[in-house]
Design a protein around this ligand. Structure first.
Ligand code: EPU
Length: 420
């Protein structure tokens, strides 16, 4: 296993270019199963998660070529079965269910199970499929979804934490080939859902309303191949913004979509960070002093849960008390005890973390528990005095393309080493 060795205390300076969005690319890759024609997807980040999704598509019978960020996928003849060994490695793989159900009228997929950040149920995905007329059976750890035909319907997909991103994606994909009109109420409004809808429309689907809480899909009889470029990764963008602020640096971020980051930019401003949009590039600079701020994670357009951990690292440096409340995933605070090893003072009270910020951080060995927690530890390590070793960075490699190389280009002293 590999680790990052970081010598902290160096302000980041320079330019960084953001990769395509992981969470947009994964469902778009799954959507290529909806047609037997070739699809070309550009701007795909080279990550273990996208490579893994490519493997899943291959295991279903698709031909996949991946070169220089461009994926060419042809799912000419496919099967509708994905086993536990494939699905358990990446919960995002559940989004193959909708396309398989639409194209083959059957899907047998291992239940993904929970993960370190929370329970991750799929009841809303299944509710949506049932509403389209599918019969669902759960047996031996597998979901069997079958349908003579899918028929459009109106459904409410809100759950206890609000909308579901992959649930909306899954049902939207299934509904593209259903008979008649489907209306998804309480749909996820995330930019990744809009990107998927744009790709599906390029394939010949008839989807309107994506980006808002009501999505309407008029079923068509067939989809065709299409080309698409994936949107920039808003979570990677936010991570680099926070890293620049935490190290008191000045960074220009290229290939960023500020309009996807209003909640993050607003909170960073409140915390004393200046962000200027210069012709599409974002110039991030910290003001004289960081300030405490309260943050609550919410579905889009609220503050993203995927930036909660990184924001906590920044607020640990801001004098005063910040309250961070996690409303999407109940156990997404695994980074707290690791940040404490670097000297941060943080207490957990139910769904909130109370950050008593402003104490100096000092380097230590820490353990990454999930993708975004790893990013938070890297940021804290960059800001801390002395050496930090972030272990188990395979989590980070799932979702950040060449993060160490990008940080080095900004002047960070970060090395990838084999864990001892
Ligand atoms: N939920 C249900 N029932 C469902 C589905 C979800 O109750 O059937 C609940 C979840 O337990 C959670 C909430 O709804 O409390 C939101 O979960 P959602 O379904 O939106 O999450 P997801 O679609 O499985 C995607 C991203 C996550 C990101 C979340 C929230 C991908 C591949 N994953 O997951 O990304 O945190 O949306 O924005 O798109 C990451 O990139 O680090 C990551 C975890």
């Amino acid at each position: 296993m590999e680790s990052f060795l970081i010598k902290g205390g160096v302000p980041l300076h320079g330019e960084v270019t953001i990769s395509g969005s992981k969470n947009a690319a994964l469902p778009i890759m799954a959507a290529t199963l909806l047609t037997d024609e070739p699809c070309i997807i550009r701007g795909v980040p080279d990550l273990s998660d996208t490579r893994f999704m490519a493997q899943i598509l291959q295991s279903l019978g698709a031909q996949v070529k991946f070169a220089n960020g461009t994926l060419t996928i042809r799912a000419k003849k496919i099967r509708g079965y994905a086993d536990y060994e494939l699905v358990r490695k990446m919960r995002g793989s559940i989004c193959i269910a909708g396309p398989l159900l639409a194209r083959l009228h059957k899907a047998r997929i291992s239940l993904p199970g929970g993960c370190i950040i929370g329970a991750r149920p799929i009841n809303l995905h299944l509710k949506g499929f049932e509403s389209l007329g599918a019969k669902i059976k759960i047996e031996g750890g597998y979901v069997d979804a079958t349908a003579k035909k899918l028929v459009g319907s109106t459904m409410f997909l809100g759950g206890r934490a609000g909308s579901t991103v992959l649930g909306t994606a899954n049902v939207m994909m299934a509904a593209t080939l259903a008979d008649g009109v489907t209306v998804i109420e309480s749909a996820a409004c995330e930019p990744e859902v809009v990107d998927l809808a744009n790709f599906l429309n390029a394939m010949g689907a008839k989807i309107s309303g994506a980006g808002g809480p009501t999505i309407t899909i008029s079923g068509v009889s067939k989809l065709h191949g299409a080309e698409h470029t994936v949107i920039p990764d808003r979570i990677e963008t936010a991570t680099f913004m926070i890293a620049a602020a935490a190290t008191n640096g000045e960074v220009t971020i290229k290939n960023a979509r500020a309009d996807h980051l209003n909640a993050v930019i607003d909170k960073l401003n409140e915390a004393g960070v200046s962000i200027q949009n210069r012709g599409g590039n974002l110039l991030v600079r910290r003001g004289k002093k960081l300030r405490a701020a309260d943050v609550t994670t919410l579905p889009y357009s609220g503050f993203p849960t995927d930036v909660q951990a990184q924001m906590m690292s920044l607020l640990a440096l801001a004098p005063g008390i910040s309250i961070i409340t996690e409303r999407i995933f109940e156990s997404r605070f695994m980074h707290v005890s690791e940040l404490a090893r670097l000297g941060a003072e943080i207490e957990i009270e139910g769904p909130s973390a109370i950050v008593k910020g402003g104490r100096p951080l000092s380097g230590a060995p820490v353990m990454a528990s999930d993708l975004r927690a790893s990013a938070a530890l890297v940021i804290a390590g960059l800001a801390a005095k002395g050496a930090t070793q972030v272990n188990r960075i395979y989590h980070l490699d799932r979702g950040y393309e060449k993060m160490d190389a990008k940080l080095r280009k900004l002047g960070a002293r970060i090395r990838r080493v084999e864990e001892k």
